[in-house]
Design a protein around this ligand. Structure first.
Ligand SMILES: Nc1ncnc2c1ncn2[C@@H]1O[C@H](COP(=O)(O)OP(=O)(O)OP(=O)(O)O)[C@@H](O)[C@H]1O
Ligand SMILES: [Mg+2]
Length: 405
């Protein structure tokens, strides 16, 4: 009996011992797991620190241009200081490296370590209009002919070049928008850009004259290079008269700089093909001063006039700009249109704004017919922009037309 009790006791203690060992094993396993996790964290930190040390010890990279492939996956590169025959990192796709590709080289081994995007002039970058704004053609009144002509010359060849090949005609390269100020030239160019998914580069020609000697011509080259590399692309040169004026035999150094820019522009326009997906739109309110070499077909293939709006167009523009205005009662648009003879699109937009301000002055939160009627009479006394530079010059005997200087 006592033997049996001893045996049971021994078993119980062995079982308790076993359970304790099991629990210890579990703890040890949990400890190992935690230690492994710590080790992983430390290893990551070590790798990161080593990488940083490597960066600190290294002497950077050099930017270079590939001149041409050499042999066995090696390339001749131009690194400004000197030319090298450079190996290429095994991680790079050699197929992507061609002549003119911008790459970076390891400073010690002169191995091509990566491909860089093409160099972009910061000033050309500024000309790129990321979003020309969400402008639809409906926001322009009385310009249906101009819209159709511009879409035919710019949009159709960009979106559907095949049609031209089928018919066998050469698409237009560039278009000139001209007419008195404030009639929607710039506005239409922005509308066309927002309508096509093409890159849109905008420059006001006078901005090319700022900067040192030769800078404008360099910018023109950079713009066209960018456009060729990022087709389809529209280049919009506003106020082209600033650089496109008639060339004179004699001139100051400033005139010669302007001429240099114009010659560069002509060369660049001649340099691309009608079937390239690059189109140029120029705008001016002084077509009469432009150099005939710029105006000839092949440089400017189509000239689209933006005249002062007639009665029908004025009515449309007025409706567009007054659409969002809170109005009360009947507005006699017919009378406003009759009173605004000689007004341009910008003036008509102003009429709507002034009517709104007149309502505010009278402590009203909506515009009534009277507000609209007051404005054209008050505005017509002021010489509006619609008078045009020519007319202003003509009315002022002291002024000499620019092309006569
Ligand atoms: N046909 C039009 N329909 C609606 N709005 C117009 C129209 N024409 C002009 N406008 C208004 O006038 C403003 C000025 O027009 P825009 O800047 O296009 O004139 P522009 O012809 O380029 O003048 P400039 O020769 O002085 O540069 C536009 O923002 C637009 O609000
Ligand atoms: Mg303009």
């Amino acid at each position: 009996m006592s033997n049996e009790t001893d045996e049971t006791e021994r078993r119980r203690s062995a079982e308790a011992e076993y359970r304790k060992k099991l629990s210890d094993l579990k703890d040890v396993k949990a400890y190992i797991h935690l230690a492994k996790m710590d080790k992983k964290i430390l290893e990551d930190e070590l790798a990161e620190t080593e990488k940083e040390l490597e960066h600190l010890r290294g002497c950077g990279y050099q930017v270079a241009h590939v001149i041409k492939p050499y042999d066995n996956g090696r390339f001749i590169v131009d690194a400004k200081v000197s030319r090298y025959i450079a190996d290429c990192s095994s991680k790079l796709d050699k197929e992507k490296i061609k002549a003119e590709t911008r790459v970076f080289l390891d400073n010690r081994t002169m191995t091509i370590m990566g491909i860089l995007p093409p160099e972009l002039d910061p000033e050309v970058q500024n000309m790129l209009v990321e979003a020309p704004g969400n402008i639809t053609f409906d926001a322009l009144g009385g310009l249906s002919d101009q819209i159709q002509q511009l879409r035919e010359s710019i949009e159709l060849p960009l979106l559907n070049p095949e049609i031209f090949r089928t018919v066998g005609v050469r698409p237009h390269k560039s278009v000139l928008l001209y007419g008195p100020p404030g009639n929607g030239k710039t506005f239409l160019a922005r509308a066309i850009a927002s309508n096509i998914g093409a890159k849109f580069m905008k420059v006001v020609a006078s901005a090319l004259l700022i900067g040192c000697h030769g800078e404008g011509a360099r910018l023109i080259r950079a713009m066209f290079r960018y456009a060729r590399e990022h087709q389809p692309c529209i280049i919009f040169i506003d106020e082209i008269d600033a650089i496109g004026g008639r060339r004179l035999a004699m001139g100051s150094s400033g005139d010669r700089e302007v001429q240099r820019i114009l010659v560069e522009l002509l060369q660049q326009i001649d340099g691309f093909n009608e079937f390239d997906q690059v189109k140029v739109i120029m705008a001016t309110d002084r077509r009469d001063t432009l150099d005939p070499t710029l105006l000839r077909p092949g440089r400017i293939d189509r000239q689209i006039e933006f005249p002062l709006p007639n009665k029908h167009a004025r009515m449309q523009i007025l409706h567009i700009h007054s659409a969002e205005i809170a109005k009360e009662g009947e507005i006699d648009y017919e009378a406003v249109v009759n009173l605004s003879e000689g007004f341009n699109g910008a003036d008509l937009r102003n009429v709507c704004t002034e009517a709104g301000l007149s309502a505010l002055r009278a402590d009203r939160d909506c515009v009534i017919n009277e507000d609209f009627m007051k404005v054209p009479t008050s505005l017509s006394g002021v010489p509006t922009r619609s008078c045009g530079i020519e007319e202003n010059l003509a009315s002022n005997g002291n002024c000499i037309a620019v092309n006569e200087i």
